[in-house]
Design a protein around this ligand. Structure first.
Ligand code: AMP
Length: 442
């Protein structure tokens, strides 16, 4: 059932060459499931998270079909429309299309808000085959008649659950009503709450449902550790951990923008190259920071949950939760930034006495306990901030599992609701399991 290589999927030669250049040989599970259905012309409802290879799962068949069926008249307008909830995700999809389509003569444009529309309008005027867009800016440009959608043959709604969370569903419906009914449609979502099922019923025609269990990443392949540490000892601990150069590409998470800036500044002061990205930074600054991080110029990216959503950087060796998220789902999304596409990774969390309730919620959600490095608080009751909380001397702890200090408590699943004890896929995301709970903007 599973194809072992991309050449088994029957993709066109220029695409296979581009995949070869990226050293992608084996399709990921979502790709192996979705690509044949899409090549056969079916609508697809894909349940997959970022990190599963879902972008290529829809991008490759689209490129393949556009390559095989050249249009008679080039100037008719875009033939594929991909909607994404955030600028970062739209840009990343554009980057992947560029990479996979580099041996073809197809043109694509990426349209998103927060920047001047002039360059985007110029690109559109020159004509594009594939349009990647966030809904708000696309609607703007449609209203100004800069975009022609009458030739769309492929419509993709990516991260549909986030679209919903971010309030874009009305825009999505408006856009969908402006494209031809006769088309191939795809909807990808990490989760499938009732309103997404409803939307997919409206947008898709007799879809094939393909699904992968994304939580395999966090629970199975990521080494998850926690340091109990007081707030004012977090920076020294972070610097100490980062002194180890084997932490080659690290995302540090904070709950607030202010803290993200502060942590990046304090690391810089200690000679560690770090950039912060969050919603208050301009689009240009965010892109520059991401590029520096991708190119390895800065080892450390300090990010808030929202800014990091959809960020797709290969080879993130460590995720460090400088502050634990107050929404446990965010923990799963954060640590999913490491261990992408089959690699293993490590997630290190700092927990001060005020954050213990968050830790408890996270452990309940993932159905296992994090490995404690250094001293464990005498008791884990969160209510008393002063109660024998983390010791500053935890700052000696390194993610490399200090012998003798590690309290490797049982990783047996506790009876979390739907925690799927014994499930190969770790937390799983089937109904009732909160790992699969809808993503919320943190
Ligand atoms: P996505 O889920 O689309 O965000 O993809 C996650 C990461 O996996 C991206 O960096 C992709 O470039 C990478 N990727 C996608 N497909 C493959 C593959 N078949 N083999 C290895 N890496 C892949």
């Amino acid at each position: 059932m599973t194809q072992n290589s991309f050449s088994d999927l029957g993709l066109a030669e220029p695409i296979l060459r581009a995949l070869h250049a990226k050293k992608y040989v084996t399709p990921t599970p979502i790709q192996a499931k979705a690509i044949p259905e899409l090549l056969a012309g079916k609508d697809v409802l894909g349940i997959a998270q970022t990190g599963t290879g879902k972008t290529a799962a829809f991008a490759l068949p689209i490129l393949n079909k556009l390559f095989r069926h050249e249009p008679d008249v080039r100037s008719r307008g875009a033939r594929a429309l991909i909607l994404a909830p955030t600028r970062e995700l739209a840009i990343q999809i554009g980057d992947e299309i560029r990479a996979y389509g580099k041996n073809m003569h197809l043109r694509h444009a990426v349209i998103f808000g927060g920047v001047s529309q002039n360059a985007q309008v110029n690109t559109l005027t020159r004509g594009v085959d594939i349009l990647v867009a966030t809904p708000g800016r696309l609607l703007d440009l449609m209203n100004q008649r800069h975009v022609k959608l009458g030739a769309i043959e492929f419509f993709v709604l990516d991260e549909a659950d986030r679209m919903l969370d971010m309030g874009f569903v009305r825009d999505v419906r408006k856009i969908a009503s402006a494209i031809p009914k006769k088309r191939q449609s795809l909807l990808f979502s990490a989760t499938m709450p009732a309103d997404i099922a409803k939307l997919s019923g409206e947008l898709l025609n007799d879809p094939v449902r393909v699904e992968v269990t994304p939580q395999a990443t966090p629970v199975e392949r990521i080494d998850q550790q926690v340091h109990h540490v007081e707030t004012n000892a977090k920076i020294p601990l972070l610097a100490d951990i980062l002194a180890d150069s084997s932490l080659s590409r690290v995302i540090v998470f904070t709950r607030t923008k202010h803290r993200a800036n502060k942590v990046a500044d304090q690391l810089e002061r200690r000679g560690i190259n770090a950039d912060a990205i969050h919603g208050n930074k301009s689009q240009g600054a965010r892109q520059r920071a991401l590029k520096r991080f991708r190119d390895g110029e800065s080892r450390v990216l300090v990010a808030t949950d929202i800014a990091a959503r959809g960020i797709d950087v290969d080879g993130v060796s460590h995720v460090i939760n400088f502050e634990l998220p107050n929404i446990p789902d965010s923990y799963v999304h954060r640590i999913g930034r490491t261990a992408r596409a089959g690699a293993s990774g490590m997630a290190v969390s700092f927990c001060d006495s005020t954050e213990r309730p968050y830790l408890r919620d996270i452990e309940r959600l993932i159905g296992s306990r994090l490995t404690v490095i250094g001293d464990e608080p005498a008791y884990r009751a969160p209510e008393k901030a002063s109660a024998n909380s983390g010791h500053p001397n935890n700052a000696n702890g390194k993610p490399g599992n200090k012998p003798g200090r590690k309290r490797n408590r049982s990783r047996n699943r506790r009876g979390a609701p739907g925690g799927n004890p014994g499930n190969n896929h770790g937390g799983g995301n089937q109904g009732g399991n909160r790992n699969g709970a809808r993503r919320r903007a943190a």
